[in-house]
Design a binder for this molecule. Structure first.
Ligand code: PEP
Ligand code: MN
Length: 279
């Protein structure tokens, strides 16, 4: 970290100059950004009542502590499955009641914020909305923790300034998520920017989460990126898991089957211990 004074920075409140100690975000007894590595896991999309319940019970049987699942899906093609909307939110809330797992789900527009906040413990801002400033301000007016994903075409500084919008609007419960950026490489879905992990840990006091699933886009490679992110100092991961990835309505090719997820959890625990953390 260099010696710029915090008031001159475009992302002053999220910077380490403003606050040296790590921000720890709490939701339903889970601390994000503390000593423990946090694993958020679940399907790309909530597909049915049975699907999310079965998966939530499986997630609960592991050391993952937060359930992910999309109800409002930002799809590149309008003909792809776009989520179950409020019905999906109700299914997530039911899965939380059953398991006690807090939930994280995406909100795509300012007019959806109060609805999604009524159901969800953590509001996810997706990569395509990282610079949707009205949306950033709207989630900044809630007191819900925010998972802010890096725009696939945005710099680390732009991610920090987007987080600053949320904090400036009154909500300092923000975690940042590296989920891969667009590069010239076409062999993988995106390029996971491992550099972003130590650089963000240095520049900001906010928790840093890694999303290996959307970064590499292929279940075969997801565990390697997840392990690398934890070794590089991430506070947690968000990872797509499906009981039967070949039947998933979205992102099945990058979703881990239960057995692969269990092996990954075991590996993450070993890496956590090797780096002075726990799971
Ligand atoms: C997701 O989490 O399913 C998602 C759409 O993520 P991203 O915004 O990173 O593509
Ligand atoms: Mn997805």
């Amino acid at each position: 970290m260099n010696s710029i004074s915090s008031s001159s920075l475009d992302y002053r409140r999220v910077s380490r100059h403003f606050q040296r100690e790590n921000t720890i975000i709490e939701t339903r007894g889970i601390a994000i950004g503390g000593h423990k590595i946090v694993v958020m896991a679940g399907p790309c999309s909530v597909e049915s009542f049975c699907q999310i319940n079965e998966l939530a019970l499986f997630i609960k049987s592991t050391k993952a502590c937060i359930l992910r699942g999309g109800a409002f899906k930002p799809r590149s093609s309008p003909y792809s499955f776009r989520g179950l909307g409020e019905e999906g939110l109700k299914m997530l809330a039911h899965a939380r009641e059953m398991t006690g797992l807090p939930i994280v789900t995406e909100v795509m527009s300012p007019d959806q914020v109060s609805l999604v906040a009524d159901y969800s413990d953590i509001l996810q801002i997706g990569t395509r909305n990282m610079q949707n400033f009205p949306l950033l301000c709207a989630v900044g007016r809630t007191q819900k923790p925010i998972l802010l994903k890096r725009g696939m075409g945005n710099t680390i500084k732009e991610l920090l300034m987007a987080a600053e919008y949320i904090v400036d609007a009154g909500n300092n419960q923000v975690m940042l998520c590296e989920r891969g950026i667009r590069t010239f490489e076409t062999m993988t879905r995106h390029t996971f920017d491992i550099n972003a992990i130590p650089v963000l840990k240095d520049l900001t006091h906010l928790p840093i989460i890694a999303d290996p699933s959307h970064a590499i886009g292929n279940a075969q490679y997801v565990p390697s990126i997840a392990r690398a992110a934890i070794a590089a100092g991430a506070d947690g991961i968000i990872v797509e898991v499906h009981m039967n990835p070949s039947l998933a309505l979205s992102d099945g090719e990058q979703s881990l089957a239960p057995e692969a997820f269990c092996i990954l959890m075991h590996d993450i625990e070993k890496i956590a211990h090797a780096t002075g953390r726990s799971l």
